[in-house]
Design a protein around this ligand. Structure first.
Ligand code: WTA
Length: 650
């Protein structure tokens, strides 16, 4: 594994020296002060049992735990022996606390339709959905795959699964038929919940048709539940397919949440890794719930009357933890928006903020950079005075975008928190508590409670201030992944085996003298394109499956908007002519549009060592339009590099 930096903004990040003090008004009302953080952080490391028992004690347990932590590397149990239910805590508990009439969700469709659910209404829907799942034969422990647009039914389905102990596996609606089919099979799902179609920039995405195609090779699948989002015009297979609205209408709204072991599996979420096949990251109930609730409260300085909008789709981990579970666990009002940020124009987000009086906005750097490119006109047309806190997630944020977000969107009144975490970590791991600490544009900041990070060499030796190295976590935390579904060996190797006895994040980082950690990008073969993780090997294996492709190597190149772009180097199979359009269509079909290469280089050969290893380092330099640096003498044929440099990017 070679360390390489992945963002065009890294130079900026490394030379950034601005420090933005927390706006005074915000700091005065913040939930936690700097002293609070320092005391609690110390306690969370020195006396984790007391710290976590207190945090977990804020939630409802049907049976108390007997032990906070049981760590037998690489396997962990949190709140051992405890029984609880995350959907109960998200809904029943809120109603019991008097939030029955408070709005839980405000959903806005791309077409402008608005649906709101109070906690009591959402609870009723989830109870019915739970009964509907049971009537379709779903039992505790069964896997249920969701392939849905960002509509309320997605959250309802997740909560209904959690309520009965079924394990949800959400597959982003932008993934292709074969990606869906692979994930259904890997999880051996019994039920697939989809919709007739979804809206994207006014056009219809044929989800049900994709689901039908994907279901053809999934022996475990028994039923398909279909939400009507568009016109209910879907071909229903008798005996297998059921309309959501019909089954829901027939279901009773009386249901008691299952009492589940703290380590009962809650969800599987597939994400890209260094090798070909996406991995099913498995999260369990108790620890995930406690960390989602705690980070929601502290990192976002949540108050009772906040309107919280996390723009992430439920197909990603951010959507799990901060579009659905986090806000509900704290009894907040959450906004959900179905569509694209630029539909019908680039003012859409700001109209939503104004209309629903959003007070906390949590979005991704790629979106911020896109807005910035459109100028200040769009945000200035809306009243953004309801905002009080801004968050960023998913990829490094360049200081320019950070400052624009702070200045133009936040009116210099709202702190910006840059949150670093991963599908595997479940919840936020690094950020600066707003109001308690100044922000440093480009730097995620300090560890959350219970998180003990370090920057180390490849051998595991800790590095000093400002020295770049590998980001690791030295001890288990409640919301960490428990395994890779069906492949525990891969879990052990990938996360606890790269550097002995520590969690290997796969990111490069450095820490400054104040303890702020700046995450610069992946150190493995994972790309981060618009905040979405893509495995280069995953794309390569799809490329070589195309009849016209002989060999393929995929690398990232810096992209001002997306953070990283995908560049594919391909050699043709003899007797074939490579057609870039056909290659792009093939990738879209096999993975999804999000993996479509930004540039394709057709070559007669790839740079290989004498032992046949492709030297991706040189390809990255070529893709970025840089001079070739490094020792080329190990290459079997160094002249390949010149030919690649001269080749057109298609
Ligand atoms: C990157 C998303 C810099 C990082 C929650 C990580 C970030 C990967 C940040 C996880 C950040 C996420 N600053 N880089 N604030 N947040 N990343 O699993 O490379 O989709 O390993 O989880 O995104 O992506 P994932």
């Amino acid at each position: 594994m070679t360390s390489h930096t992945t963002s065009s903004n890294i130079d900026n990040v490394l030379h950034e020296t601005r420090v933005i003090e927390p706006p005074a008004q915000f700091a005065a009302a913040a939930n936690l002060s700097r002293e609070d953080y320092e005391r609690l952080y110390r306690q969370s490391l020195d006396d984790p049992d007391t710290f976590w028992a207190e945090v977990a004690g804020e939630l409802t347990w049907m049976q108390p735990w007997t032990q906070v932590l049981d760590w037998q590397e690489p396997h962990v149990k949190w709140f051992v022996g405890g029984q609880t239910n995350i959907a109960y805590n998200a809904l029943d508990r809120q109603v019991a606390l008097g939030r029955g009439d408070k709005r839980a969700f405000i959903w806005e469709g791309e077409d402008g339709e608005v649906r709101t659910f109070t906690y009591a209404e959402l609870l009723r829907e989830v109870k019915r959905a739970a009964n509907m799942l049971i009537s379709l034969g779903v039992q505790s422990g069964d896997r249920v795959t969701l392939y849905l647009p960002l509509i309320p039914e997605a959250a309802i389905a997740m909560l209904a699964c959690a309520r009965i102990g079924a394990v949800h596996s959400v597959v982003f609606g932008g993934f292709s038929v074969s990606a869906l089919s692979d994930r259904l099979n890997d999880a051996q799902s019994k039920l697939l919940i989809t919709a007739d179609a979804g809206y994207r920039k006014g056009a219809l995405v044929p989800l049900k048709a994709n689901a039908d195609a994907a279901a053809q090779n999934v022996p475990s699948l028994e039923h398909m539940l279909v939400v009507c989002r568009a016109d209910c015009d879907a071909a229903m297979q008798p005996g297998r397919d059921v309309w959501w609205h019909d089954a829901l209408a027939a279901a009773s709204d009386g249901h008691q949440a299952a009492s589940l072991d703290s380590e009962h599996p809650l969800f599987i979420l597939y994400t890209s890794g260094s090798t070909g096949k996406p991995k099913g990251v498995l999260h369990t109930t108790g620890g995930y719930m406690v960390a989602a609730s705690m980070t929601m409260q502290t990192a976002f300085d949540l108050k009772e009357d906040d309107v919280f909008w996390c723009t992430a789709d439920v197909g990603w981990v951010t959507g799990h933890s901060y579009t659905v579970y986090g806000p509900l666990l704290r009894g907040a009002t959450a906004v959900m928006y179905e569509g694209a940020p630029n539909h019908p124009d680039w003012g859409r987000f700001w109209q939503i903020v104004e209309k629903h009086k959003v007070s906390i906005l949590y979005t991704a750097p790629t979106a911020i950079r896109s807005f910035m490119r459109q100028g200040d006109g769009y945000p200035n047309r809306s009243d953004l005075s309801s905002l009080r806190l801004l968050g960023s997630v998913g990829e490094p944020i360049n200081p320019e975008a950070w400052m624009w977000y702070f200045r133009v969107i936040g009116g210099e009144r709202c702190p910006v928190i840059d949150t670093w975490w991963q599908t595997e970590t479940g919840t936020i791991m690094l950020t600066t508590l707003p109001g308690a600490f100044p922000g440093k544009p480009g730097s995620a900041g300090l560890p959350m409670f219970g998180v003990e990070p370090a920057i180390v060499t490849r051998e595991g030796t800790e590095l000093g201030p400002d020295e770049g190295g590998y980001l690791i976590i030295k001890r288990p935390w409640p919301s960490m992944l428990r395994t890779v579904y069906g492949d525990d060996e891969r879990y052990r190797k990938t996360y606890w085996g790269e550097i002995p006895h520590v969690y290997f994040a796969g990111d490069g980082a450095r820490r400054d003298a104040d303890g702020y950690i700046t995450v610069v990008g992946r150190v493995d073969d994972v790309l981060n394109v618009s905040g979405h993780r893509l495995g280069t090997m995953e794309i390569e294996s799809v490329l070589v499956a195309h009849p016209s492709v002989s060999e393929a190597a995929v690398v990232g190149r810096p992209d001002d908007l997306k953070g990283e772009g995908v560049v594919a180097f391909v050699t043709p199979q003899s007797g074939y002519v490579l057609d870039p359009a056909a290659i792009r269509a093939h990738i879209t079909r096999e993975i999804g549009a999000l993996a479509r290469p930004d540039a394709i280089v057709v070559a007669d050969a790839l740079p290989k060592t004498r032992s046949g290893k492709i030297m991706r380092r040189f390809l990255r330099q070529i893709a970025a339009g840089k001079e070739i640096q490094g020792d080329t003498s190990t290459l079997e044929d160094p002249s390949v590099l010149e030919r690649l440099q001269a080749a057109d990017l298609l």
